[in-house]
Design a protein. Sequence first.
Length: 275
Amino acid sequence: MTFSSLMVHLDLDESNDARLHVAGDLAEQFDSRLIGIACCQPQPAVYADGTFAQSLVRQLEAEADERLAQQERRFRTAFQNRIRNVEWRRAFAYPADYVAREARAADLVITGADRIGSASDPLWRLDQSELVMKLGRPLMIVPPEVDRLKLSSVVVGWKDTREARRAVVDAIPLLQKAKEVTVVEIIEKDEDRSVAAHRVADVAAWLGRHKVDASYIVPSLRGNAVEQLATQASDIGADVVVAGAYGHTRLREWIFGGVTRDLITQSRICSFLSH
């Protein structure tokens, strides 16, 4: 298994430096083809009709066209002396739908963290939470604080769910490159710690059969999985967290909070998510 083709999504309204750095690091490590992608759906914010509406749409499309062209130039400049095989894709389209469709050409999609949340315009900015549900590929979330991806240490945030099992399989190429891999399960309620330890030991042993030398841990402290996973990743010095996306229903996750939401919006290290 490998990541032979990577796709990096560029926003139109904010810096893309972090994700471009990480995409370049991964493309070099895996000798990957690298596809840049950007999109938006230029539509008036208010209802209009007739000649005025047509004029407004043309104005918005001209603005969007220039911003898309700027991102293409940024993408090609970033990799002109670094990555041999690059391609650019763009469209006037709803971002989450367009990126999900085009991801058929990639093994992994890379994008930025969502620091704006509900204030963002889904016609102009990618909704990462929607994308991860539609994608059918793993998604790498890159926070703006990250300047490179060393893969010195990776944490697998384990929960015994379909999503977590999918994420670990999808992450095999990444885990095989990492110098250190730790499987962590956080006990949130009254579960038996020894049972959790058995689960993560199974995962570490399975990874070993796929040429990943992994250790495992079940922290003695119980409680908030988001905080404890962040603490464990920080203590280990991890630069990537691998996790399943949306183990609960998406609505419950966003109303009550959850690991997935925080990895998309708050994490200071890269997150590798699969659904």
